[in-house]
Ligand binder design. Sequence first.
Ligand SMILES: Nc1ncnc2c1ncn2[C@@H]1O[C@H](COP(=O)(O)OP(=O)(O)OP(=O)(O)O)[C@@H](O)[C@H]1O
Ligand SMILES: [Mg+2]
Length: 379
Amino acid sequence: MATLLGRIFGKSEKRAVGVDIGSSAIKIVELYTDSGHVFLETYGSVALGPYADMEVGRATNLNKDKMQDALQKIIEESGCGAKESAVTIPFNASLVSVIRLPKVSESRLDQIIPNEARKYIPADLDEVTLDWSVIDANLDMPVDNEEGTDTRPGEGAKDEKASGVEKIDILLAAIHKESIERYKKILSDVSLNVSLFEIEVFSALRSVSPIEGSAPVAIIDIGAASSKIYIMEGGLMRSSHTVNRGSQDITTSISKVMDISIEEAEMVKRAIGAGGSYVHLQEAIHNVLERLFAETLRFIEAYENKGSRMVDRVIITGGGSSMKGLEKVAKDHLKKNISIAKPFDRVKSFPFMKEKLIQVGPEFAPALGVALRAVGVEE
Ligand SMILES: Nc1ncnc2c1ncn2[C@@H]1O[C@H](COP(=O)(O)OP(=O)(O)OP(=O)(O)O)[C@@H](O)[C@H]1O
Ligand SMILES: [Mg+2]
């Protein structure tokens, strides 16, 4: 907490709400700063399923109006009073690459990067918003994207010393303008001004417990329809992968095996989870988790095989990680140090809320992370 306070100390006081529009739920977290501390004002989530005539916990694809209704509802219910907001952009609506360029001034980089970006971003540059930052970390290992493309900065990296030209690594992110415009409209219609957009992985990273040291860490975000795995090393995202399996598959599996409705299955999943003794229920849950963790392990091992360092630590976030008993199942399958994210640990709240915030915390990782940035906490 000391560094966190240090970072915002002296800055003027701020208030903002972080908004994370997921496929199954919208999550909001309102924070404010006071005398150098970051406080939780309120938080809330609204399931989107019912807005699409589906059950709670299901992934949806809502139109703008329905999305707005849902957002309005959660703003009212939670008593959110912020006027400034910060919004996460889904990972699949963005492109992230690492590029290596000659070391020049920042203003010169502003000119060079759009040109260079053409080589790395497979989209019309007029249709995307580019954001970039200089990476300090040493990048001698592969950075690859979902398709497994090796975006190791430039083949010329090996010849750098010989040529004598000093180079720097740039993390380049592109977001479709269309997504940004769509979110801006939704937010402005509920009277929120958007002060920043951020790709969800970077928001979530800010709010999971600080990642110390340079050893690789895997972060798994278990959402409704899919799960995302990110590998961080030396403070940088090196690799990512989407698994087409999420927590709603557990619900569907329970519903089939136990011959109960989706709604009942969702309730059973949340109430009992992976630790219960009813054999059929456990089978239904474990079947899905087994596949999810097998694919996770394959991805982690492929990463480890490309470099020399082992991924020892895995942090799990997303609503799916709130399921009882999940930590143990993950440990059994992955054989790594597993922890479930506790994003609210990063902010001050009333002591009586602590236990609840640990319980519901994982699904709020992106909303909380982007809100932290909006009130001035960058890391
Ligand atoms: N306590 C709980 N126990 C078990 N599952 C839970 C619990 N709370 C939420 N979930 C499940 O988590 C899923 C939603 O997680 P989350 O809100 O992180 O997804 P999302 O952000 O909407 O999805 P995505 O990020 O893929 O767009 C739902 O399928 C829901 O059933
Ligand atoms: Mg999500």
